[in-house]
Design a protein around this ligand. Structure first.
Ligand code: HEC
Length: 296
């Protein structure tokens, strides 16, 4: 056993190394032999270097192994930098994959129109609703009374008595044979309302000259179902009954529409310039009905 030489540092003593001298393992072996350090010579490890087989150098492979062991060791973890447990990595990875899958299946390509109402109400795209088309007397009267009070009552008065004694005189609607008597027909009444009336007319035994004022046209102001409502209203109000046995009390929008379509192929003016006359009304036979107008 030789005494360790403090000056025998591997690098400085490189020239005294017997074998090699240019490899780290040779350097260490020389140093170990020189030191004859039992700990280093018996260090556990695997040395597959060719030198390990050389005789007389039993401890040198152990030194090599010692270094490998040391090299295998990882640095001690510092506070806050400990390696994360394997299961945390697995859970995080799983969550990431699930998140990606979720976005992929639910993002709808990030289109903004996914929030649009997929089934908008038809009224939103079809504009105003179609006109009502009441058929019963009650429904027609309800519409007609409203219009009568707003328009007709100014002249014919709310009780339908008219102003027969005033100047200019207004004929009555209550007890008028033109409204619910032997001269009243849906075709005639429709025309009085649509185009207005001018010229002399006899109502309930009294002569009206038609001078001074006239029955205005309402074909532009009111819709067919509204005219039908007004007519149904005056035919079934006060002492009026639509006909002797009240078999046909209602005048519907289809009847007014048919009259409008028949007059000059629907071109007769409804602005009061083409009013009807009594003579014209009487030319429409008592049982005359306008042919149903073609559907729009
Ligand atoms: C500006 C006043 C005035 C208004 C408003 C008016 N009328 Fe008349 N109406 C008359 C006059 C005047 C006559 C008579 C015309 C003639 O002598 O030729 C008449 C005649 C009539 C006749 C035929 C004669 C009779 O008395 O039966 C009917 C039916 C009638 N009107 C219904 C109506 C209805 C329904 C309304 C409401 C939509 C209305 N009128 C609004 C002035 C008016």
């Amino acid at each position: 056993m030789s005494t360790p030489n403090p000056n025998a540092a591997p690098k400085t003593d490189a020239p005294v190394v017997p074998t090699g001298g240019d490899s780290v393992s040779d350097l260490h072996r020389a140093h170990m032999i020189q030191m004859n350090d039992p700990v280093m010579l018996t260090a556990d490890g695997v040395d597959d270097s060719p030198e390990s087989d050389e005789p007389g150098e039993g401890g040198s492979d152990s030194v090599q192994g010692l270094h490998e062991v040391v090299m295998r060791e990882q640095a001690e973890p510092r506070d806050g930098f400990e390696p994360i447990p394997f299961w945390v990595a697995v859970v995080c990875g799983g969550l990431l994959m699930w998140g990606g899958f979720y976005i992929g299946t639910n993002s709808a390509d990030f289109r903004r129109d996914v929030f649009d109402d997929p089934d908008p109400q038809p009224t939103l795209v079809q504009g105003p609703a179609a006109d009502p088309d009441p058929q019963t007397v009650d429904d027609l009267k309800a519409i007609g009374k409203q219009k009568y009070d707003a328009i007709c009552a100014a002249c014919h008065l709310p009780d339908g008595k008219g102003k027969p004694s005033e100047q200019p005189p207004i004929p009555p609607l209550d007890r008028s044979e033109w409204v619910a008597g032997d001269k009243a027909t849906p075709a005639r009444l429709s025309r009085i309302l649509l185009y207005g009336l001018k010229g002399p007319i006899e109502v309930d035994g009294k002569q009206f000259s038609g001078t001074g004022t006239a029955m205005p046209a309402h074909g532009s102001l009111l819709k067919d179902y509204e005219i039908a409502g007004v007519l149904t209203h005056i035919r079934n109000s006060w002492s009026n009954k639509a006909d002797a046995d009240n078999a046909k009390p209602a005048i519907t929008g289809a009847i007014v529409k048919a009259a409008r379509a028949k007059e000059k192929d629907g071109k007769r003016a409804t602005n009061g310039t083409e009013q009807v006359t009594v003579e014209e009304l009487l030319n429409l036979a008592r049982d005359y009905a306008d042919p149903p107008a073609a559907k729009k």
